[in-house]
Design a protein around this ligand. Structure first.
Ligand SMILES: C[S@@+](CC[C@H](N)C(=O)[O-])C[C@H]1O[C@@H](n2cnc3c(N)ncnc32)[C@H](O)[C@@H]1O
Length: 227
């Protein structure tokens, strides 16, 4: 934790004094659970989060586009950006301006010019239609107010053949993660997604504390209509 605190302020110092970037003032959209970047960037997370394996399971490729909704400090957005490369793009959509500012600074230091931070609204990520190949959520769906409506609104954001991935805390008492009441059971995610017009196409079981569910729009599975 402490080392990550140094990391954060180290990055800030380099960017502020080295590159002369002004820090924008946070606005009133800030989440009511206020997050500190250290929470997401803790070094111990690398041991259980298995980012590379998640990326492999998503099938993310060079040149693709991703929406990391509730992306926070970009714990996933940054590795996504490395995989998709300069021909691809990663939209990190979040309602917390301070976290997006942290990511902007880190992306600059890490020379990831293909990350675009997007100040999301509570009820939508604020992306144009048909803009991404992958929609990704990690540990975020608990924060959405009307999840079914939110998921319905995401259908139009995918390019043809695109998919939506949910990685979230298992609904179990575990040594890692939030209180049980802040977790959404896997069965609830699948039911709500189906209600919104998505179908589960795969589930990955390799994560210790989280489930990983992959969905596609229902109409993408039904194929062309027969005459
Ligand atoms: C627990 S954090 C997860 C951050 C990141 N996905 C990760 O795995 O490190 C949840 C994030 O969701 C964001 N959030 C909460 N409600 C949101 C909403 N309606 N739309 C977009 N982001 C939201 C919060 O600001 C926070 O950054």
């Amino acid at each position: 934790m402490v080392r990550n605190g140094f990391m954060f302020w180290g990055v800030m110092a380099v960017v502020i004094f080295g590159l002369g970037v002004a820090i924008p003032v946070a606005n009133a959209q800030e989440d009511r659970h206020s997050f500190c970047p250290d929470q997401f960037e803790d070094e111990s997370r690398a041991g259980w989060q298995q980012v590379d394996k998640v990326i492999e399971a998503m099938g993310l490729r060079e040149g693709q586009s991703v929406a990391d909704i509730g992306g926070g400090t970009g714990y996933f957005s940054r590795p996504f950006a490395r995989v998709v490369g300069p021909r691809g793009i990663v939209y990190c959509c979040d309602i917390a301006p301070t976290l997006l500012e942290y990511l902007q600074l880190r992306a600059k230091v890490e020379e990831l010019s293909n990350i675009v931070t997007v100040l999301a609204a509570r009820d939508r990520p604020m992306l144009p239609p048909a803009s991404v190949d992958h929609i990704f959520f990690c540990n975020t769906i608990h924060h959405l107010e009307d999840r079914v409506e939110y998921y319905k609104g995401l259908l139009g954001l995918l390019k043809p053949g695109g998919q939506l991935v949910v990685v979230d805390w298992k609904h179990e008492r575990q040594k890692m993660g939030p209180p049980l009441s802040h977790t959404v059971p896997e069965s609830t995610v699948i039911r709500e997604m189906e209600e919104a017009g998505w179908v589960l196409i795969r589930e990955e079981k390799f994560l210790q504390y989280q489930y990983m569910l992959i969905f596609q729009p229902e109409n993408a599975r039904s194929g062309p209509e027969k005459k």
